[in-house]
Design a protein. Structure first.
Length: 118
């Protein structure tokens, strides 16, 4: 996923993002939460936004989040995201410097999350 994101960013003239372990944990936990609680939204059933969830883990500097469900590969997810203006804007935001990716595989999924940071 990182390679695919950075290929798109390079074509847009952005510097590459680097993996961030804290953002990867945030993204992974959220993908699993969506699967286990049966929802698909940036706001969880408790009303928490991505920034609320980041703050609860002591993570600052969250910039944006992309989510997807059902695509069977990173390439398929990236194609969907790059064809969506909001998701594309996150991927190509040259201000973002870090990325965490989470995926939860299971029936009804997989659930994908990208969390971008400054």
């Amino acid at each position: 996923m990182l390679k695919l994101v950075n290929q798109e960013r390079a074509q847009a003239g952005c510097s590459p993002v680097r993996v961030d372990a804290e953002l990867a944990e945030l993204a992974g936990l959220f993908s699993t939460d969506m699967a286990e609680r049966g929802f698909f939204d940036h706001t969880d059933p408790d009303g928490n936004s991505p920034w609320d969830r980041a703050e609860a883990l002591g993570i600052g500097g969250l910039g944006g989040e992309n989510i997807a469900r059902g695509q069977q590969s990173a390439e398929a997810v990236m194609q969907i995201w790059m064809n969506s203006p909001g998701h594309r804007a996150n991927i190509l935001n040259c201000d973002y410097k870090t990325l965490g990716v989470g995926v939860h595989f299971g029936s009804g999924g997989p659930w994908w999350t990208q969390d971008f940071g400054f």
